[in-house]
Structures are given as structure tokens and as C-alpha cells.
Ligand binder design. Structure first.
Ligand code: GAL
Length: 681
């Protein structure tokens, strides 16, 4: 079911914490927001104590006053359930609500996200609070929607309190029914790990080397995910009983969480928190691939896979920084606008900045809002005023859809298994980045699509090419769907380590690539992690490409064609890439290694998938092109992430929507500049 945010124009909002300020500031703040084109505020995020100062006493007077004022100023409000920060009185009374590390250390009061979803006592309090809030504000005229919790599974995405161990046992019993089936699923015979009673079973705990049974580790991630979803679902089920015409969302997307099931079962749509300034963080090694802030487009594309039109609940408004970590500089002039338009280019129709004013105390004193501590006009606010003017010119873009013919298929089991398994996880992450970078640099719009959203071959029909780079865990059902997609004319590209594991992460006795063997018409002969003494390259029609990560020598079956060999000394003439053609124009490619950007670029050209919009514009690699489409009209977002001017070539008459002028030929994009062009009707 489609889960999009429905807007009839592009809108601005902001995150506001009325409890951080003297009430005498509220009216002025709201008026200045409106003067900058901001007409929605998100509040109540961590303010539990204010409405429930002690057990069984609710007092909504503080937020009643704020909402009354907001309504009077025509401000729309998104309310958060403040469940990411339990009050001290609650966790003192019920320490079972506190999470523990894998090693058993208790997480005390004093930060946030220190609770666990599986505490019965915590759930009781959350249920009562959410019900009280829903009843009180469910038909408040100023309230347009709700955010559940804050960033479920951010910072902490593992739970090892006593209540979690207990809940894990219940989860496993429900899933496996018998202890024998569970022991078998986790390969318990290895190193004598067999359990003889359910009470012996735990989530991973401290072990020699810190890592326990790998199959149990994979099951525990599915369990963490299920817990977060049930927690969100509990809240949204309650809110739905009391709310009228108010949406329910949350601000994702984080680890050990099946965000698709979360969105489908608990939300109206997903929202995202976009902080591209992390790319400039002091301590981070985030620029390995040279994409810097442009890499946030990958995250935005993943959100789009959940909600084709979404909102950004927290958009970068200033420097990042907790007092002790994540320090990064102030955005340079133009970067707030650039990152805002990056979000819009990828499908966001609502942009809310984090936050109105920089926190005057606490951990986030360096996480800057639009206003500095001094509250005087500044260039960041001026940039938002400009964005507001431009949003009015771009109003019709709302509801248009990002247009991609190329997709990367992903799934949670491989993601979770690959966090730990070094024989596919790191290579997959590098290959996905290489595919993304190749798509970016060739201006080939790319979608991520999750297996959860793939019911049958029709779910993939809108794509000409689908990469599923290293699906170590692959089921027969998925292979069948991909085969049907190739039979309908689609092209699938798979890489090394495909199909050698089952859903528990075990390696069954069968030729590799398992279920992909028939799909790609290939079996794997020798295989090895890349060897530092024998760096591998592919030789494809005389051109050499790096073959990172892994080497599988391929044995083509029947009509499958060998199309590249390993060029290294080690395996002379060993087949490294194959293509199985399907009648009707489809094909299944198999590459016996990881993917480098150069190899993906060559493949995109060979498959005629690269640069689908070159008849409209030609851009240098430094510029990102996003295309949104409504009917016959296309909106081309040109984003310059560099601090140098870039030139784009218009190949057809285009309208510059920001200036209204008609353009053809050379278009100059200033440093960090953005242009939005309209093509077609
Ligand atoms: C987000 C979070 C906000 C704020 C911000 C800056 O992850 O949702 O509450 O903490 O980061 O750290």
C-alpha cells in the first residue's frame, strides 16, 4: 500500500522546544517563523515530565497554552510522543525499563534512548500517556499530525535487559515452536551450543571475542526490529482511536529495523532527518568515496522507497555538534538551500529545520538551529527566507514523483547478516556505494527498492535494470521473481557471494550461487576473498576493470555467454562475468567479484541505461541531476555540491522555475548553487 505524504505545495516547518525558552518569547518566535515562511512547528518531543510530573498526574496546561498561541498565529503543529526520554521518576521506580549493553551494563538516566521496548512496565506507562495525549489533542484544530517517539533505533539499536532476554525466548518459541527446530536453525551442534531448555536461551552476551553464535545474532536483529515495530504500532493504534484528520509518522531510518514493515503497519508515511553536514565532521572518515554531502542522496532514496513523497522532519540548519562529539562546521553560504533542494529533488514536499534556536544548555549546545543563542537576524535565516520565496515558485512540484529506470534491490536479512559477516557485508556496502556513485556521475537516476516491497515481477516492471549486488541470502521465491522479471524483458545484475546462505545464515550443501544458478545460468567454481598478493582485474573486451573484494571463477551453463575474464596471473582465462540472455530482450548478468564504479559505469553504458535525460540537459559529474515528474512535465533539479561554478548544457528549451526565464544552451551554477528547470508541458 502506498504510504506517501500528500501535500498540495512545498511547505516549510521547524522543530521547536517551547520548554527551553521563557514563555514571553513564544509569540515573537512564532511570528518570526511565519515571517520566514515557516507555518508548521514540531513540539513535545522529549517533554514527558512536563505533562506527567509524577505517577498518575497529567497536566496539559503548558502545551495547551502553547497550542492556543500557535493556533492564534495560524501555525500548524506536529506533536511528538515523548517516549524517547522516560522521566527519572519512572525509571527509578521501574529499573526494568532501562536497557543494558550486550555485556550487561545498565544504561542509566541522564541521556536519551536508554529504555527498552520490551519492558512491560514501560509499555504500560507509554500506553497510558499516549492515550491521554490522544484524547486531549486528537481533535485540536492546530494539530495536523503526530511523530511517534524520536528516531526509533537511532544511537541504540540493540537491547539486552533482562526483559529482552525473556521476550527473545517468547519470540523464538513462537517462531520455532520446538527447541529442536531452534537448535537446528542456529547450527547449535557446532561447539556444543545445544540448548536443552528454553530457559537457557539468551540474546548474545559477553563471550570470548565478544561475538556469539552468528545465526543467533541474525535472529536477534529480527527480534530487535520486531520490538521497535510493535512499540510504534502500539502507539499508533492508540492514537488512531482518538485522532481525526491527523497523520501519524516518525523520523527514520535506522538500523536493526525493518522500516518497510514499520511504515506499512504503523505509519501513514515515513519522514527523515537529513544532516549532510556530517560529511564535513571533524572526526569522520566520511569522504572515502569523494561523495561527501552528495551521499545523503542515497539515504533520501532509501526513504523514497518507503514513501515516494515524504517529508524531512529535521533538515540541517547550522553546525552539528554534541558538546563531546559529532562536531562539524557551520554550513557555508548556500549549503542550507542546496541541502533543502537535495531533499526536495528526491521527493520531499515538506522540509522542517532542526531547530529554531540553538539549545542554550545540554548535550546539544553546538547543534545549531536557524537562530544563534543571541537570537539576532543572521544569514542562515535569510537563506530560509529565500527558500520560502523559491518554494512558492516551485509549488506545482509537490506530488510529482522521482523518475528512475535503474534500481538497487536491498533486503534486511542481508543487511543484518552483513554487519557481522566479513565475506559479504563490507563488499556489499562498497558495491552499493560504487553503483550509487556511477549512477550519480552518469546522471542516471536510481531508486532503492526493498525486497519487502517486491510482491512479484510487476513490482520491478518500471525498472529497465535492477542490481542485486551480493544477495548472500537468497530464497528460491526471490530467484523466481527475478527470473520472471527477466522473462518480461528486465535486466538483473548480480555479483559474487550470491545465494550461498539460507535465511538463518547457514551455508547449505549445494553449488553456488544457489537459487541464482538457474536465473543467471551459471555455477561458481573456485572462489576466494581478494588476495593481497594477487589483486584482480576483469578483462572485458580489452578494457581492464578493478575486481574488488572477491573472486569467483564462473562456469556458464547452456546458452549463457562468458563476457569477461579475470586478467590476473592467478586464474588465467577464468570467466569473471557472464550474461544469460532471455527471449524478449531481458538478461541476467553475473559478476564474479565486487563492483567498482568504473565497472558499473561501463555496464550502464552497455545496457543503454546511462544518462536517460541527456536529450534535455548535459551535466558535469560534479552536479547531481534529480528528476521529478508529473504527467508530461518534468522538473529537473541541478545541484552543485562544489565550491566552484559548474556549467550545465540545456539541450532543449527549458524554463528556469526560480527566475521564470526561458533557457537553452549554457546554464551557470554558482558554487553550492541550485537550479530547477521545467521541461515538457
Ligand atoms: C537528531 C534528533 C534530534 C537532535 C538532532 C541533533 O538525530 O532527532 O532530536 O538530537 O539529531 O543531535
Amino acid at each position: 500500500m502506498e504510504k506517501s505524504m500528500v501535500m498540495d505545495r512545498l511547505e516549510l516547518g521547524v522543530c521547536y522546544y517551547p520548554e527551553h525558552w521563557d514563555e514571553s518569547l513564544w509569540r515573537d518566535d512564532l511570528r518570526r517563523m511565519a515571517a520566514h515562511g515557516i507555518h508548521t512547528v514540531r513540539v513535545f518531543e522529549f517533554a514527558w515530565n512536563l505533562v506527567q510530573p509524577e505517577n498518575d498526574r497529567y497536566d496539559f496546561s503548558f502545551f495547551d497554552r502553547f497550542l492556543e498561541l500557535a493556533a492564534g498565529e495560524n501555525m500548524r503543529v506536529i506533536l511528538c510522543t515523548p517516549t524517547a526520554t522516560p522521566p527519572a521518576w519512572l525509571t527509578e521506580a521501574y529499573p526494568e525499563a532501562l536497557n543494558r549493553t550486550r555485556d550487561g551494563k545498565l544504561m542509566h538516566h541522564g541521556h536519551r534512548r536508554h529504555y527498552t521496548y520490551h519492558s512491560p512496565a514501560y509499555n504500560t506507562y507509554v500506553r497510558k500517556l499516549v492515550k491521554a495525549m490522544g484524547k486531549h489533542y486528537g481533535s485540536h484544530p492546530a494539530v495536523i499530525g503526530w511523530q511517534i517517539d524520536n528516531e526509533l533505533n537511532c544511537e541504540i539499536d540493540e537491547f539486552y535487559a533482562d526483559v529482552d532476554h525473556t521476550a527473545f525466548r517468547a519470540y523464538l518459541r513462537e517462531r520455532f515452536r520446538t527447541l529442536d527446530a531452534f537448535n537446528d536453525a542456529i547450527g547449535a551442534r557446532f561447539w556444543n551450543q545445544t540448548y536443552s531448555d528454553w530457559s537457557e536461551v539468551h540474546l548474545e552476551r559477553h563471550t570470548p571475542h565478544g561475538q556469539g553464535n552468528p545465526h543467533l545474532a541474525l535472529l536477534s536483529k529480527a527480534f530487535f526490529s520486531a520490538g521497535a515495530i510493535a512499540f510504534a504500532r502500539m502507539q499508533s493504534d492508540i492514537l488512531r482511536q482518538y485522532t481525526k484528520n491527523q497523520f501519524i509518522t516518525t523520523n527514520g531510518i535506522f538500523g536493526h529495523l525493518d522500516n518497510h514493515t514499520l511504515t506499512q503497519t504503523a505509519l501513514d508515511f515515513m519522514m527523515y532527518d537529513s544532516y549532510p553536514n556530517f560529511a564535513y565532521a571533524q572526526q569522520a572518515d566520511l569522504d572515502k568515496d569523494g561523495l561527501r554531502d552528495r551521499k545523503w542522496s542515497m539515504q533520501l532514496s532509501r526513504v523514497r522507497a518507503l514513501s515516494p513523497n515524504f517529508g524531512v522532519m529535521e533538515q540541517q540548519a547550522g553546525a552539528n555538534g554534541w558538546d563531546f562529539s559529532m562536531l562539524s562546521p557551520m554550513p557555508l553560504p548556500g549549503q542550507i538551500r542546496l541541502w533543502t533542494m537535495q531533499s526536495v529533488g528526491h521527493g520531499a514536499d515538506y522540509i522542517s529545520y532542526f531547530r529554531w534556536r540553538t539549545a542554550p544548555y545540554g548535550t546539544e549546545i553546538y547543534w545549531h538551529g536557524l537562530n544563534d543563542y543571541d537570537n539576532r537576524p543572521n544569514r542562515r535565516l535569510a537563506e530560509v527566507a529565500q527558500i520560502h520565496t523559491e518554494f512558492k515558485r516551485l509549488a506545482e512540484v509537490a506530488g510529482s514523483r522521482y523518475e528512475a529506470k535503474l534500481a538497487v534491490l536491498t533486503d534486511y536479512l542481508n543487511e543484518w547478516d552483513g554487519e557481522r559477516d566479513r565475506w559479504h557485508g563490507p563488499m556489499n556496502r562498497e558495491s552499493v556505494t560504487a553503483i550509487f556513485a556511477a549512477a550519480q556521475h552518469t546522471h542516471t537516476p536510481l531508486d532503492f527498492i526493498n525486497l519487502n516491497a517486491v510482491e512479484n515481477a510487476d513490482s520491478l516492471a518500471r525498472y529497465a535494470v535492477v542490481f542485486y549486488p551480493h544477495a548472500a541470502i537468497l530464497t528460491d521465491d526471490t530467484a523466481e521473481i527475478l527470473k520472471a522479471y527477466c522473462e518480461q524483458g528486465g535486466t538483473v545484475v548480480m555479483g559474487a557471494r550470491t545465494g550461498y546462505k539460507d535465511v538463518y545464515g547457514r551455508c547449505p550443501m549445494r553449488p553456488m550461487p544457489g537459487p541464482a544458478s538457474a536465473l543467471c545460468g551459471v555455477t561458481v567454481g573456485e572462489y576466494s576473498l581478494a588476495h593481497s598478493l594477487r589483486p584482480l582485474e576483469l578483462d572485458w573486451e580489452g578494457t581492464r576493470f578493478a575486481a574488488p573484494g572477491f573472486a569467483e571463477t564462473l562456469e556458464p551453463l547452456e546458452e549463457t555467454q562468458p563476457i569477461a575474464t579475470f586478467a590476473a596471473q592467478q586464474q588465467e582465462e577464468a570467466v569473471a562475468m557472464t550474461c544469460k540472455p532471455y527471449p524478449g530482450g531481458g538478461a541476467a548478468y553475473y559478476v564474479g567479484s565486487g563492483f567498482s564504479e568504473a565497472l558499473v559505469t561501463a555496464l550502464l553504458h552497455k545496457l543503454r541505461a546511462a544518462q536517460p535525460f541527456e536529450v534535455l540537459v548535459q551535466c558535469p559529474p560534479e552536479v547531481e541531476l534529480c528528476v521529478r515528474r508529473k504527467g508530461d512535465t518534468r522538473y529537473l533539479f541541478l545541484l552543485n555540491y562544489t565550491d566552484r561554478e559548474q556549467r550545465v548544457e540545456g539541450k532543449t528549451p527549458l524554463i528556469n522555475m526560480l527566475s521564470g526565464e526561458e533557457l537553452e544552451g549554457r546554464i551557470a551554477l554558482p558554487p553550492f548553487g541550485v537550479t530547477v528547470l521545467r521541461a515538457g508541458a
